[in-house]
Design a protein around this ligand. Sequence first.
Ligand code: CP
Length: 308
Amino acid sequence: MAVTSRMRHVIESQQFSRALLEELFARAEEIKREPHRFMGRLAGQVMAALFYEPSTRTRLSFEAAMLRLGGQTMGTDNAREFSSAAKGETLEDTIRIVSGYADVIVVRHSEEGAARRAAAVSDVPIINAGDGPGQHPTQALLDLYTIRAELAKIDGVRVAMVGDLANGRTVRSLTYLLSKFKDIKLWFVAPPQVSMRDDLKAHLDEHNVPYTETQDLDAVLPEVDVVYMTRIQKERFTDPAVYDAVKGIYRIDKNAMGRMRKYGVLMHPLPRVDEISPEVDDDPRSAYFRQARNGLHIRMALLDRLLS
Ligand code: CP
């Protein structure tokens, strides 16, 4: 399911070539600069959003992207309860039906692999908006776009991924994208209970991307260009004792910011709980709100690429 010149489904970050990433980033910049040129591009097309898990940014930025391109949207929040899934309908049957009504379907689901299952039966493009602890490829697109915007480069960046790396679909997708660039160095900062999974480390070994695993955030902060914080995801833990043992383990406050590089960048896919203190929101290095806003332009570029 490689994404090359003809893009169909968007399931995982590995699909994106470096050339396609550059093309999407250039289109997102064009959209940001001259939005009027893209108005009406997707007139007459319909996007369905099926969200089986909660969302603020992904759901609303996809809807705003489609509307700003002149298309229309429909869908269901809390699809587990408010779609016929509540009556026992399978994801596959729901997708077969909705693909007869829409030109593209954006799916968020709690099960890893759900987007791939949806793509297997869909007549229209499926976009993975997060499949459990699997991947969140469009978040990775906006994350990488943000790194490029903040640092004016991607090659050579040094990135620390911090927090719930075992369950973090955003760190997984971003790591796959970063592995396509040159001279990347990664730090995985997590307690052993939620350390980075072996499949991703094997991918990095295969692509000769050096990484360091550590629990010591303080030691890593001065070493990196980007600190990518993540939430410890309570909803992914089956054992509350394990969650209690790791919750609140890392927190960026003014003191921690003082250890970061002068031109470092603090990112977070959001929502945050307590891992970034609001006291650092006004620090120019805090990029997480700019990062979320970039999601609109990247998703506009992606929808335009898929549908126009
Ligand atoms: N970053 C992200 O996926 O946010 P939402 O869960 O609000 O969509």
